[in-house]
Design a protein around this ligand. Sequence first.
Ligand SMILES: Nc1ncnc2c1ncn2[C@@H]1O[C@H](COP(=O)(O)OP(=O)(O)OP(=O)(O)O)[C@@H](O)[C@H]1O
Ligand SMILES: [Mg+2]
Length: 251
Amino acid sequence: MVRFQEVKKRYGRFTALEGLTLSVAPGEALALLGPNGAGKTTAIRILTGQLAPSAGRVFLDGVDVWREPVRAKARFGYVPDRPYLYGKLTAVELLRFVAGLYRIPRREAERRIEEELARFRLTRYASALIETYSHGMRQKLTFAAALLPQPPVLIVDEPMVGLDPVAARTVRELLGSYARPGRAVLFSTHQLELAESVADRVALLHRGRLVLLGTPEEVRRAHDSRNLEEVFLRLTEDAADARAQDPDPLA
Ligand SMILES: Nc1ncnc2c1ncn2[C@@H]1O[C@H](COP(=O)(O)OP(=O)(O)OP(=O)(O)O)[C@@H](O)[C@H]1O
Ligand SMILES: [Mg+2]
């Protein structure tokens, strides 16, 4: 459903992605892990057609994102790390606009809009201008908009930022179940416990390289660890070293 093939990204002389090859199969949720600056958002922006790769190709549901961008874009829903929404629309107007883009028939669209607003507890605010929404409400509305076309692939960059506990649980359940009927989910996160509990496989990026890929169980067993956190810290140790050199404020 998702395929990165030898994807490289250079920003001037800095290489953010060093030949990433990675796939997400139908029915699978994959968590992209890695320290700040590892290349997660870069990979997601290339996959969603926002950032051109320096080399390599990306495919969504068999469609080359950079050769057939319009066909590719019909195949995924995307929740970016920083949601951008039109403040002068209401939530319902935004969702109707999205339904129109995806050519969802009118009555079907109205039904789905109601469902998504209810799922994210936004029904009461359906007619409020988005500019009056809090950060978390915008995040929830972005999810509702991404899910409305029921896309084959759901792509989420840091799903939990700003969500209250109720919304966080909704999103956790969604990430764990959305892929089941032959769809795919790709999400980045710093919450290793989230990755461990909802992802079928985890991929760890470190300095633009894939340093680990497998089911949480495989990863724990291969590294003789109790949890992903231990493995993460071990494999990204240079980041931990840098922190250790900082003065300890409590010392
Ligand atoms: N437009 C840009 N120009 C130059 N360097 C960039 C640009 N965008 C990202 N980078 C660099 O590429 C690297 C990867 O950034 P990226 O945003 O993909 O990391 P990330 O894994 O998403 O990190 P985080 O966990 O903090 O979100 C970083 O070193 C970053 O500074
Ligand atoms: Mg990021």
